[in-house]
Design a protein around this ligand. Sequence first.
Ligand code: ZN
Length: 224
Amino acid sequence: MWTRSVRMASQVQVPRPRSQPLRQPGTPRGKGASPGLLPTSFASDRGIYIAIYPVWLRAEDRFREEFTVALDASLSLVDVSELSPVQRQYVERLTRTRLHQRVFHARVLRAYADRCAMCRLHHPELLDAAHIIPDTEPDGLPVVPNGWSLCKIHHAAYDANLIGVRPNLVIDVKRRLLDEIDGPMLRHGLQEMDRVKLLIPTQRLCQPDPKRLEVRYERFLAAS
Ligand SMILES: [Zn+2]
């Protein structure tokens, strides 16, 4: 359907639907960003598209019949024509990262059938694509074998090393958390996860990478 490239800072080129003008009658023509009204999508897998919205219209190329859009409000303030090469590289990298994050999220949730791998919660709006190795590290690639589909509470607990996952996919809850006495969220949401086996995709290519699991579990054990 689209996208040709993310070739410059804060830009994504999107074909202009022939039936939809860039501006509605009476809308100012200013150079600055304006809220995007276009349905924008990005190919995640063959035949699968991710809706990205809202987007901010930055320019129109009538010859190529393309829009240039910014993916979020902060990038919408960037005028790529005024950036230095180093700044352009930085913003381009930021744009690519955000695109990859959205694709990663879609692929992981799809692989896990929109369920939390720990508690089986089946509400996509409450699920995150969690990294096994954080994306701030060289090995923290946005690929399904480096991810889990986790609900918000289990994602936060995993990142905080309150919950770990053994290489054999069994959940390990920190001892001090098991010793606490509190309400139903602690009891049912966290303590009862101890020794539960994770639900993972049946497709081998989507299953967690054993080496990354080992590295991450060592960190869990080392965390106080
Ligand atoms: Zn959960």
